[in-house]
Design a protein around this ligand. Structure first.
Ligand code: ASP
Length: 297
């Protein structure tokens, strides 16, 4: 029985180039050889990306790779090495379609492989152990000694080792998994609100399949931005309201043109505890699959 390690790049696989800039250079096999695991592991490389470039086409590819890999009954669990910048988004994308009892565990690193104190080897060793021993958990992130569910997870540190935190006080229930329809091609931008925001960013969007509004507080934007969002909602564009506040739930309480209560009455959906990035993945998955977005938020 093997744990399968799927390598996609990120800091865990990065070393400094001649200018000192970090670029993914190491293969999955090299990562596994350096992590000190005693488990039987097979490694494959599917990308060498900084995870800021992990687009919907790459997410589709990872969903297909995981699905195909789990046809092999000798695979006890899957580990994906991934950049931390969008790890929580990819983890949710995989979790929304994951039905197998065997886990998929994402991990990565905050320090490069050639750093004097790299955190990648211990993270990878722990993720392999988690993938070999857990069952029925869905998709997890193993990082800095902790194991987290995908849903509600966010990156909350730019450089510290313990980079991930749940936005909710306790783990969130996983919705029923949906069929993995391709996400590539969907245009769902995230627009962040600021105090006194005008309507210009919303008006400049062009044709979109949906919008994630990263609002203030419990889910409010300025009156001018709210009026522009209302026009999208009246045209039937799905809008999900997330918040730039790291912890807690979006709840539509306030009136006025940009208040959550007003936007909600026009059909905007609250992201609950999901970050804007995770809400975007949930909305994309819902639109691609044809299920009500509310059921995945
Ligand atoms: N920029 C890197 C990435 O997301 C950061 C990391 O891996 O920690 O690929």
């Amino acid at each position: 029985m093997n744990v399968l390690v799927i390598s996609t790049g990120g800091t865990i696989a990065s070393t400094a180039d001649a200018r000192g800039a970090l670029v993914p250079t190491l293969t999955g096999e090299e990562l596994v050889a350096g992590c000190g695991t005693t488990r039987k592991v097979r490694a494959v490389d599917v990308a060498h990306l900084d995870s800021s470039s992990m687009g919907l086409a790459e997410v589709d590819m990872l969903r297909r790779t995981v699905r195909k890999s789990l046809f092999d009954e000798d695979v006890t669990g899957i580990v994906i090495t991934h950049g931390t910048d969008s790890m929580a988004e990819t983890a949710l994308a995989l979790d929304l379609v994951h039905t197998d009892a065997r886990p998929v565990v994402l991990t990565g690193a905050m320090h490069s492989a050639d750093h004097p104190r790299p955190d990648g080897p211990a993270n990878l060793r722990g993720a392999i152990e988690t993938a070999a021993t857990q069952r029925g958990t869905g998709v997890l992130v193993h990082f800095a000694g902790g194991t987290f569910p995908a849903r509600g997870l966010m990156k909350t540190q730019t450089t510290a080792n313990d980079a991930f935190t749940l936005s909710s006080p306790s783990p969130l229930p996983r919705p029923m998994a949906v069929a993995p329809a391709p996400l590539d091609g969907l245009n769902i931008p995230i627009v962040r609100a600021w105090a006194g925001a005008d309507s210009s960013l919303i008006e400049a969007l062009g044709p979109v399949d949906g919008l994630i509004l990263e609002a203030l507080g419990s889910g409010n934007v300025s009156a001018a931005m709210g009026e522009a969002v209302a026009k999208l909602l009246r045209r039937g564009i799905p809008v999900v309201v997330a918040t730039s506040v790291p912890y807690g739930e979006v709840s539509f309480a306030y009136g006025g043109a940009g208040g959550g209560s007003t936007l909600g009455a026009l059909g905007a959906l609250p992201a609950g505890y999901l970050s804007a990035g995770q809400a975007r993945i949930a909305l994309a998955t819902a639109l691609a699959t044809g299920v009500n977005p509310r059921s995945l938020l």
